[in-house]
Design a protein around this ligand. Sequence first.
Ligand code: 4NP
Length: 170
Amino acid sequence: MLFLKKNYFCMIGVLFVCLGNICRSPLAEGIFKRKVEEAGLEELITIDSAGTSGWHINEPPDRRSVDIARKNGISLDHYGQQISPKDFDQFDYIIAMDGDNYDDIIRMRDSHGNGKAKVLIMREFDDQQSGSDVPDPYYGGPNGFQLVYDMLDESLSNFLNRIVDDHGLK
Ligand code: 4NP
């Protein structure tokens, strides 16, 4: 059972970001939405995803991400979009999937002023291998998507714990 230590008047915003916004970040969005629902926090945390590129705007997620999500009981409800400067004001956390995404996000933030968002890398929440990338599975086979799913599942549980701590949710 979860209790709120404080009164909350505004949502906590989380944006997951990869390169294309069709493989890793929509999968992260779907997995995290389920974890947040399971924790009963869906009224408090708003979740979205975006790409550093605009290559797949308005496209649904890659079939292989849809399949691995469905295998785990998750449906992905997202259409591709590109990160924009307003996201640094709108979201509290922007989570990059890899180091290149992180560098691109920081470059955008630095050229548009700061915003409130904390920009972090997903695998800093992975106990197994802190600090490395969620690898881009786009050019590989289905095994790559299973690997990505497992990494996200682990990291996102720890990330949710971090939000609970940061915001005094218990
Ligand atoms: P994502 O994967 O960044 O995890 O969505 C990719 C999707 C598309 C491309 C590259 C990576 N692409 O080159 O189109």
